[in-house]
Design a protein around this ligand. Structure first.
Ligand SMILES: [Zn+2]
Length: 344
């Protein structure tokens, strides 16, 4: 008889709170790792559990990428403001999935160099990022009805503030996601494609059949007050829409504008390295072959800049953050209007 335990079948992450208990509980997930001055160190990721009566289970997260802050601020506020009595069901809060990256203002984890949003489904014997991805995949997603993952474009891209989603094939799941995305109350809702690899958090949650709600709340280092307010108001409304937060649900006065960028050509990349000049403001309507930006060459002032053109008519929904670009950096995303009635 085998009395040991099988390595790789149990998450090595320890939670200091019991998510099965009713009431409000605050603690952290302890992720083991080592560095030269800490052989038995653990990375502490704060987690709160508010559980009260009957209702859905909602897993609410931000800081998947460290340098994306409006969602982190919004969840930190909910952490302090909400009581268990405000909840119907179970609300799990993780304000920042990657604290070292947030503190370093980086997209990738300083601990292991990983892009957390390419680590799924995770690895129970992997790096800290892979361990946490595995813990979410095997422990937290299975208990959730709704998974919310709040992003911005980080330092590399700035978006028109949107709630966004994949067009999942399951019709019931898709309809629920469309309604929840609209409940975020953004002017624009965005259907996006994965043009930069696999292993995304929302894709794993979608695969498990969850209602997945994600955002791109602007981007860059400067966060306007209006974007913070939009994120916080939208998030509370989504939680009320899902039924986990008691209180009224608000609807938009005007219908949301649904747009999509599902063709790889909608994502425009720098053809060469250089100094990028944006030629179109975010949110503006563009025409096919319109110049979206130009790459200039510091070492070759005599060279004509190379233009980046719109692939089709549409709206510039995202644009480059830093002016310095490397060949292959995404510098613009062109989205196209879509009839919401055709989506569900
Ligand atoms: Zn992100």
């Amino acid at each position: 008889m085998f009395l040991g335990y099988a390595i790789g079948t149990v998450s090595s992450i320890h939670s200091t709170i019991d998510l099965a208990q009713a009431g409000a509980h605050y603690g952290h997930l302890a992720i083991p790792y080592s560095y030269n001055l800490g052989g038995w160190a653990n990375l502490q990721v704060p987690i709160a559990s508010l559980r009260n009566g009957e209702g859905p289970t909602v897993l609410l997260m931000a800081g998947n990428h460290g340098d994306e802050y409006p969602g982190q601020v919004a969840i930190l506020k909910l952490w302090r403001e909400l009581r268990a009595a405000d909840v119907a069901g179970h609300l799990i809060l993780i304000p920042c999935l990657n604290p070292p990256a947030a503190q370093a203002a980086t997209r990738l984890s300083p601990l292991d160099g990983k892009n957390f949003n390419r680590c799924f489904p995770g690895d129970p014997q992997g790096t800290p990022s892979e361990l946490l991805a595995d813990h979410l995949t095997t422990e937290l997603f299975p208990m959730a009805d709704v998974v919310i993952d709040l992003h911005t474009g980080g330092r590399s891209l700035t978006f028109v503030p949107t709630a966004h989603m994949h067009l999942v094939p399951d019709q019931a799941q898709r309809r629920a996601m469309l309604a929840a995305t609209e409940a975020f109350l953004t002017d624009v809702a965005f259907l996006y494609a994965d043009v930069a690899g696999t292993g995304l958090l929302p894709v794993e949650a979608e695969r498990q059949g969850k209602i997945v709600i994600t955002t791109e709340m602007g981007g860059g280092e400067v966060v306007p007050a209006s974007v913070h307010q939009l994120c916080q108001r939208g998030l509370r409304n989504v939680l009320a829409h899902c039924g986990v937060l008691r209180g009224p649900v608000t609807s938009r006065e005007k219908p949301v504008r649904w747009v999509q960028a599902l063709d790889r050509e909608d994502y425009r990349f720098a053809p060469e390295s250089g100094l990028y000049e944006s030629c179109v403001d975010l949110g503006r309507t563009v025409e096919k072959r319109e110049v979206l930006g130009r790459v200039h060459f510091l070492e070759r002032p005599d060279r004509e800049p190379v233009a980046v053109l719109a692939n089709a008519d549409g709206m510039l929904i995202a644009g480059r953050g830093p002016s310095i670009v490397k060949q292959g950096d995404c510098v613009a995303v062109v989205a196209h209007d879509v009839d919401a009635r055709e989506l569900s």
